[in-house]
Design a protein around this ligand. Structure first.
Ligand code: COA
Length: 128
């Protein structure tokens, strides 16, 4: 598997020793947080304003993330509603082992964001 050539990751970050669980692998909550950040950046751009996360659905950890993996998070639109945006978040990692580099999908999720106004109330999404 290779990184997609036709689109950019919203977020790219290296997994660090400070992000591990007690077993020494990367903590799932860290990865969920990065996914929420990436999805939020994407949804906020689409909505043209502030968004909040209202639901995280179908989060799947497919393979473990290890320290020094380079994590790339891709985001695609699933649905744009009146005030909400549902996105598909896909997480790929690049792992170097000596001269070999492997790329694999490690997680995916569907995340729902709501566009809000200055009073934190849902606001209509108007696309230009
Ligand atoms: C997001 C929030 C403003 C929505 O308020 P609300 O009164 O429930 O709003 P509504 O019922 O009008 O729903 C707004 C939209 O969200 C969608 N929605 C609400 N709850 C949802 C859920 N659990 N799953 C999927 N979509 C949901 C609705 O379908 C609607 O979409 P649409 O306008 O595109 O049709 C409110 O729930 C909130 O502030 N939640 C906390 C958000 C937050 O702080 N997130 C970070 C947590 S640390």
């Amino acid at each position: 598997m290779e990184l997609p050539q036709d689109k950019h990751a919203v977020l790219r970050i290296m997994a660090r020793p400070s992000d591990v669980n007690i077993a020494g692998d990367i903590f799932g909550g860290w990865l969920m947080s990065q996914c929420d950040i990436a999805g939020g950046i994407y949804a906020s751009r689409l909505a043209g304003g502030r968004v909040v996360t209202v639901a995280v659905n179908n989060f799947q950890f497919i393979a473990p993330v290890l320290v020094a993996d380079i994590v790339s998070i891709y985001v695609d639109t699933i649905r744009i509603g009146t005030t909400s945006i549902t996105v598909k978040v896909t997480v790929l990692i690049e792992r170097r082992d000596g001269k070999n580099e492997t790329t694999m999908k490690v997680a995916e999720a569907d995340i729902v964001y709501v566009h809000i106004d200055e009073n934190r109330q849902p606001a209509a999404i108007t696309q230009e």
